[in-house]
Design a protein. Structure first.
Length: 118
């Protein structure tokens, strides 16, 4: 798939994304969390400066492959979010296919709250 990018953060004008799994679950001591999708996508540039009539981007991350894992809305507390994020990261590292070390792995959590901002 190609996601159109209109903010300038991708020099090609789109982001490549491939869905590799649907409908999974993470079973752990605290219960079960649905995994809606797992996708591989390319990272965009990051905004480093913005003025009235210009935006400057750093291209150092552009095109780096990312794994995006979307959980179902099953996580209810900040503590549960932390535990699930740790378990997902641990599972990825245990595959031996995820690079480790300074600057090679990061986990970002995007949280949606009903009636609030993302």
């Amino acid at each position: 798939m190609r996601k159109t990018v209109i903010d300038g953060s991708n020099t090609s004008g789109f982001q490549r994304t491939a869905i590799v799994a649907l409908g999974g679950r993470l079973v752990y001591e605290g219960g079960e969390i649905g995994i809606q999708t797992i996708a591989i996508e390319e990272d965009a540039s990051r905004k480093v400066m913005e003025g009235i009539d210009y935006t400057t981007y750093s291209l150092d991350r552009l095109g780096i492959p990312l794994i995006e894992i979307s959980t179902a809305p099953d996580i209810k507390t900040p503590e549960q979010a932390e535990e699930v994020a740790f378990l997902i990261g641990q599972a990825l590292r245990l595959t031996g296919k995820v690079k480790r070390g300074l600057g090679t792995i990061r986990q970002d959590l995007n949280i949606s709250i009903r009636g609030g901002a993302r």
